[in-house]
Design a protein around this ligand. Structure first.
Ligand code: ASP
Ligand code: MG
Length: 416
């Protein structure tokens, strides 16, 4: 019997009506003769609402209690979905992360899954149950509940699919798949049928919220294809899988944007060895991911060190660096949250010249100033003013003619 893992995000279970619709879909997979494991997120914006509540009590709640609190969101959805499935005449059992055997490292808030003991799930499946697992949560060595970082249910689903050797892993969301840009701000954006793990990882890390980057990393590592599709219709979505260079039709796959960015500038640090290490080591120890980094060299003995992080981490990062300022001998720290990052991602840019030039031209023609540029082999990102982000996405998408079908799109150099 084939085994399928289906994950439903918060928007897919945001109210009772939606939960009933999800139950229908799950039951039809069961009806088609499959064993089904379902992973769900918390209903709608519940995770944000829970966070809002705790921060009304204290500005610095302990990470253990935040995880304890946030994990309740998923627990509500699993039980409601189980009841919805049972009332359609099928048998279902809901399991929390720890009941499902999800073991994580000790870190709270952004824990990585270390192992999954699938015995309980397998037993339930053998009994003919539809198994519903709370996403986003696990248990650490101390027996405490941990969470996997925002969007972590995607990772729960992929990890379960890998551990159970599932035949497929479907991620249901509120859009039809992975698009060339966010269809909510750019209606002409086109849905892709297929995308490679590498490109999906860059899209997800640069602002496409459709999948958590860690989930893509895991899928790539174990070659587990992911089908990203809508929970509102039966349209085929986007398959994330290994794509050979021969199969690839587009040199640029999409434009992403991220407004959840803070720009930190350490002002006038001495230009000497060990400064960057001290700063980034302190941030790394607190699991704060640093994205773009710029350090200029000036004629003087001091320099500015600028970098970007997620806004979610800015409160903690500012405190860490402010404490280091005397030791660094820097003049001060500036935190700017009015920035955004736009990126162009595409595996074909390795072989197609002119991608960076075309992106910069699109921004220049729209009068948008670039504050910082960073690149990877298959991505170019620009930091801009947040108020210009929609204009930037539109201009870049148009410049690369991404609304056209793959194969019809001229190379970057021809578009310049
Ligand atoms: N409920 C969690 C969040 O909002 C996890 C998830 O939805 O994937 O981030
Ligand atoms: Mg999500």
């Amino acid at each position: 019997m084939s085994l399928i893992v289906q994950k439903f995000g918060g928007s897919s279970v945001k109210n009772i009506e939606r939960i009933k619709a999800v139950a229908q879909r799950v039951c039809s997979a069961r009806e088609a003769g499959k064993q089904v494991v379902v992973v769900v997120s918390a209903m709608g914006d519940m995770t944000d609402e829970l966070l809002e509540m705790v921060y009304q009590i204290s500005p610095e709640p302990t990470p253990r209690e935040i995880d304890m609190l946030l994990s309740t969101g998923e627990q509500i959805s699993i039980s409601l979905l189980a009841v919805a499935i049972q009332s359609l005449g099928y048998t279902a059992v809901s399991l929390t992360g720890w009941q499902a055997g999800v073991r994580t490292e000790n870190m709270h808030g952004k824990a990585k899954i270390k192992a999954i003991d699938v015995n309980r799930i397998k037993r339930e499946l053998e009994k003919g149950q539809i198994v519903i697992v709370a996403g986003f949560q696990g248990i650490n060595e101390m027996g405490d509940i941990t969470t996997l970082g925002r969007g972590g249910s995607d990772t729960s689903a992929v990890a379960l699919a890998v551990a159970l050797k599932a035949d497929s892993c479907e991620i249901f969301t509120d859009v039809d798949g992975v698009y060339t840009a966010d269809p909510r701000i750019l209606p002409v954006a086109r849905k892709m049928d297929v995308i490679s793990y590498g490109e999906m990882l860059e899209l997800a890390s640069s602002g496409a919220v459709v999948l958590q980057p860690r989930a893509v990393e895991l899928a790539a590592q174990y070659r587990m294809p992911i089908h990203v599709r809508s929970s509102f219709n039966d349209n085929p979505g986007t398959i994330v899988k290994e794509v050979s260079d021969l199969e690839r039709e587009m040199y640029v796959s999409g434009v992403t944007h991220d407004t959840n960015v803070a720009k930190l500038t350490v002002i006038e640090v001495p230009d000497k060895p060990g400064i960057a290490f001290t700063i980034f080591d302190a941030l790394a120890k607190e699991r704060i991911n640093v994205d773009m980094i710029v350090q200029s060299t000036k004629a003087e003995a001091v320099t500015d060190l600028l970098f970007t992080i997620s806004k979610d981490d800015s409160r903690r990062a500012v405190k860490i660096i402010e404490d280091l300022i005397p030791q660094l001998g820097a003049k001060g720290l500036h935190c700017d949250e009015s920035v955004a990052k736009v990126s162009v991602v595409g595996a074909g840019m390795v072989t197609h010249p002119g991608v960076a030039a075309l992106m910069f031209k699109a921004l220049a023609d729209s009068g948008i100033n670039i504050q910082v540029i960073s690149t990877s082999e298959i991505r170019i990102s620009c930091l801009i003013d947040q108020s210009q982000v929609e204009k930037a996405v539109e201009a870049i998408h148009r410049a690369f003619q991404l609304e056209l079908e793959p194969g019809e799109i001229p190379a970057a150099i021809d578009l310049l």
